[in-house]
Design a protein around this ligand. Structure first.
Ligand code: ZN
Length: 405
């Protein structure tokens, strides 16, 4: 028998444009049954539904943040990899990772997930290239879509093994599911790309792929030149976008991570395909990239989400900091647009747009109570996106969770 409870809330930001002062959130098990727009009506409904009343005191309630892109397996590399341009940074990362013990990588995964929960993230899309994430995250309260990462570096001898890794395991839990992550156009051959696109379509799972991240990617993909030519075989001689279109990887179920170097016509093509885009503001800053043109993507009708990327290219794993960075770096955006990216946009990328990202009837009770007492919608959005508010409580699937419990 699922328990029913009514949370009495002083303020609730239900979604970007809907704010309530004095409300009740009725939960049964993991789901929100009803959002009641006054405290007295909430008390009455609680009596009628035989729901336990839970007055959690002052504080703003909202949907939990959704981190659409991370590599928690790299959390143990915190402070280890220097701040270098992209290609030498990747080389330094690979070397550093080989020196770290498996147990330390697992400990890092746990610590990264704890940090995300403690800072208000309740759902995560996490790239797994080592096969370590499932064991740790299956027993962690954070809701996760694990993207099984596949790459063959355009070497046909590696394609079969890459596919095998991406396929397993398939069985999730109430808060753990799987997706596919072709690593990037420059590391995923046409054969591997096609096989992964077919598999995602057959299994109806979302795809996440690093895309148009660096000049080095563009140079190698189109002409076989630049720093990646030293480590990769012959280039396909086409753009990253053409590669994705030809393999079937550019689809509605696809989240393109980074998109730092996309032309206006490329934005249109991606918008037509219905793919989503994940921007990682702090990682973007780490690599000193030129500004991300969020406005053009939004104007084209593309759903944008935010991610932290890994601790190897970020100073923290904190979606509040990503929103605050976005406020500074993309000052033409409204706070509500940034909030939507960090909640509903991320939910969309993870394939959970009908379940996460809002405080609404039928959605999962993934909720955060913030140490904020705003008087209005605009005050709530201003504080949430710009002030790194303290977290009072975190609920995932209706259960109050404590980081590290
Ligand atoms: Zn990444």
């Amino acid at each position: 028998m699922l328990s029913t409870k009514m949370i009495l809330a002083r303020q609730v930001l239900c979604q970007g444009d809907f704010f309530l002062k004095g409300a009740g959130i009725l939960l049964r098990g993991a789901r929100i049954l009803e959002v009641v727009p006054s405290l007295s009506a909430a008390r009455r409904l609680a009596r009628r539904s035989d729901a336990a009343l839970e007055d959690k005191g002052p504080g703003l309630w909202s949907a939990g943040l959704v981190n659409a892109h991370a590599h928690l397996e790299l959390t143990a590399l915190e402070g280890v990899v220097p701040r270098l341009p992209f290609a030498p940074w990747v080389a330094a990362l690979m070397q550093a990772r080989m020196r770290i013990k498996r147990a330390d990588l697992q400990k890092g995964l746990q610590q990264g997930a704890d940090r995300l929960l403690a800072t208000g993230t309740t759902a995560l899309g996490d790239n797994d290239s080592l096969g370590l994430a499932t064991g740790v995250l299956a027993v962690h309260p954070l809701r996760t879509r694990i993207w099984r990462e596949a790459l063959d570096a355009w070497d046909p001898k590696r394609t079969r093994a890459a596919l095998r890794f991406a396929r397993a395991p398939r069985r999730g839990t109430q808060t753990l599911a799987f997706g596919l992550a072709p690593h990037a156009p420059y590391t995923v051959s046409a054969a591997l790309g096609r096989a992964l696109a077919r598999q995602a379509s057959r299994r109806r799972v979302p795809i996440s792929i690093h895309f148009a991240e660096s000049l080095a990617e563009d140079q190698w993909m189109r002409r076989g030149s630049g720093p990646l030519a030293r480590v990769l075989p012959a280039s396909p001689g086409l753009s990253s976008l053409d590669h994705l279109e030809r393999t079937g990887l550019l689809a509605r179920r696809t989240a393109l991570v980074h998109c730092n170097r996309v032309s206006a016509s490329g934005i249109e093509t991606i918008a037509r395909a219905g793919a989503t885009v994940v921007h990682c503001p702090q990682s973007h800053r780490f690599f000193r990239r030129s500004s991300f043109d969020a406005r053009s993507w939004l104007d084209a009708g593309v759903v944008l989400a935010l991610g932290t990327d890994s601790r190897a290219s970020n100073w923290d794993l904190d979606m509040r900091a990503e929103m605050a960075r976005m406020r500074v770096a993309c000052s033409d955006l409204d706070p509500s647009e940034i909030w939507t990216m960090a909640t509903e946009g991320g939910a969309h990328c993870l394939g959970w747009s009908q379940r996460l990202g809002r405080v609404a009837k039928g959605f999962q009770a993934d909720l955060v109570q913030w140490d904020l007492t705003p008087r209005s919608r605009s005050g709530a959005l201003e504080a949430l996106t710009g002030s790194l508010p303290a977290v009072r409580r975190v609920l995932v699937a209706g259960r109050e969770v404590c980081p590290g419990d």
